[in-house]
Design a protein around this ligand. Structure first.
Ligand SMILES: *Cc1c(COP(=O)(O)O)cnc(C)c1O
Length: 487
């Protein structure tokens, strides 16, 4: 029973944690002993990317038989590059490109693996029920989950996205998804409304309320099976820096992470707990700076306007995975975590104790980038360094720049790049002074001409594909909608 809820002593095996997604008490599953269990991180660095993935995932999820086969099935032939996540030198820094999977967003790294973990867990646990994946998406998770789960035997997938909160490209990617076990639905509201509705559905549809023969699970980063695969690319980047002679083995490296739900950056913290010499993890937020304020003040306060920005996948006010960090930073104080989460849901605000905040600040720094600086950064990086980045990556680029200005430490910096610039062509074109006429699909073509880099496979010909889903519902109708789909 390696995994424990962040809100109680409730424990389950890793396979069960992945099938359940979220603990019955509303907490998130975590391995409280991760930092104590020995891991040969140095031995891991000499392996090729898929070998590294096998070692790391076997350590995080030791209950799975045959992890090597699962890893190969998840990644082989699906990513454009054998390196999986190529590391590019851009100016003095390094950009880790996480977007070379089937949907051109970093979520592919985790969501290619999750269906393998879910089906393997189902087999090992002897579960006959169909596992229905419920997902709230700010744009990228939805498509990556659909790509991962469509037509996977024994599973179903149901995706909710904010009607006016995703880009036309993101929407087209989702509503054109074929598959016999797939359903996609728009919600009137923002991402937090979708996420809250989905959490309500999980809470309401348990036991007798669930139709026979099915169970629910999650593809959001509340599922530990989403986080575990993300740990791998922190190692890939580090190994690459050693291999190129940019650092010596053991040197610390700072990672700057464009953050929304705190999943990606938390995976970096897991890598650190496993021994990887991670220096500071810089949490880069857009104008929805709820995490910046939390790291600075120790007060998490979601009572503020939800801003729609050019980096929509980071437009989040309730950052779910922070709960796991609260658990670790408080030394596993489940009562404290449960109390904070109760306050957040009832009052919209909580304060985290100062000693624990000090511990968090030892590992994490905060950076924030407003809309104007986001576009300016894309323009500057393109003009000065010849590198085209998307709006999310730009937020991290700006945070990296600010962090380095403020620090004296002369460490190598890796900026995580979470999406292809072609996913957000309007903003990127505007930023580099290109002509923004026409729809996003025309803009994508124009961007390709300017940049001279081909449009990723998964984004080509999107406009011509038939639209398969047209439902639009209110957020408080999500539970009922799910119930109907399960019958
Ligand atoms: C999801 C997403 C993020 C934020 O990642 P979290 O794990 O939620 O912090 C950043 N950029 C892009 C492009 C994303 O899709």
């Amino acid at each position: 029973m390696l995994y424990q809820s962040t809100r109680s002593e409730h424990r389950v095996s890793d396979t069960a944690a992945i099938l359940e997604g979220i603990a019955p008490d509303g907490g998130l599953y975590i391995d409280p002993k991760l930092a104590e269990r020995p891991f040969d991180w140095q031995g891991c660095l000499t392996l090729p990317p898929l070998g590294m993935a096998e070692r790391i995932l076997s350590h995080l999820l030791p209950g799975f038989a045959n992890m090597g086969a699962l890893v190969r099935r998840a990644y082989e032939g699906k990513f454009e590059s054998e390196e999986l996540t190529p590391l590019r030198k851009v100016g003095d820094d390094f950009v880790l490109e996480l977007f070379h999977g089937p949907t051109a967003a970093f979520k592919d790294v985790a969501l290619s693996m999750l269906p393998q973990l879910v089906t393997a867990a189902r087999g090992q646990e002897g579960v006959k029920d169909r596992i229905v994946i419920l997902t709230a998406t700010s744009g990228d998770t939805g498509k990556a989950a659909l790509e991962g789960f469509h037509d996977v035997e024994g599973t179903g997938i149901l995706v909710f996205y904010p009607d006016a909160g995703v880009s036309p490209v993101q929407k087209a990617q989702m509503v054109t998804q074929a598959g016999t076990n797939v359903k996609v639905c728009a919600v009137r509201g923002n991402f937090d409304d979708c996420q809250t509705g989905v959490k309500r559905a999980f809470a309401a549809l348990t036991g007798d309320a669930l139709p026979a023969g099915c169970r629910l699970s999650s593809a959001n980063s509340i599922n530990i099976g989403r986080l575990a695969p993300q740990v791998v690319y922190y190692f890939i980047a580090y190994a690459e820096l050693v291999r190129r002679g940019e650092i010596a083995l053991g040197d610390k490296v700072d990672y700057v992470v464009p953050t929304g739900n705190f999943g990606d950056i938390l995976a970096g913290y897991f890598a650190k707990l496993m021994g990887l010499p991670v220096g500071t993890l810089v949490c880069a937020s857009n104008a929805n700076r709820v995490l910046t304020d939390f790291l600075e003040t120790g007060v998490y306060d979601k009572r503020r306007d939800f801003l729609k920005t050019a980096s929509p996948s980071m437009d989040i006010l309730v950052s779910s995975n922070l709960e796991r960090l609260l658990f670790l930073a408080s030394g596993g104080d489940t009562a404290l975590v449960a109390d904070c989460m109760r306050k957040l849901s009832a009052e919209g605000v909580y304060r985290f104790p100062e000693e624990a905040m000090a511990r968090i600040r030892g590992d994490f720094a905060a950076g924030c980038c407003n809309e104007e600086d986001c576009l300016k950064t894309i323009g500057r990086v393109w003009k000065e360094l010849g590198y085209l980045c998307d709006t999310h990556t730009a937020v991290a680029m700006k945070a990296a720049q600010d962090y380095k200005c403020a620090q004296k430490a002369d460490r190598k910096t890796v900026v995580l790049s979470t999406a292809s610039p072609y996913k957000f062509p309007a903003a990127v074109l505007k930023a580099i002074g290109g002509n923004t006429e026409g729809d996003e699909f025309a803009q994508m073509e124009r961007l390709a001409e300017i940049a001279g880099v081909p449009i990723p496979r998964g984004l080509r010909g999107l406009k011509e594909r038939p639209v398969l889903y047209r439902d639009v519902i209110d957020a408080d109708a999500i539970v009922e909608y799910v119930r109907q789909q399960l019958n």
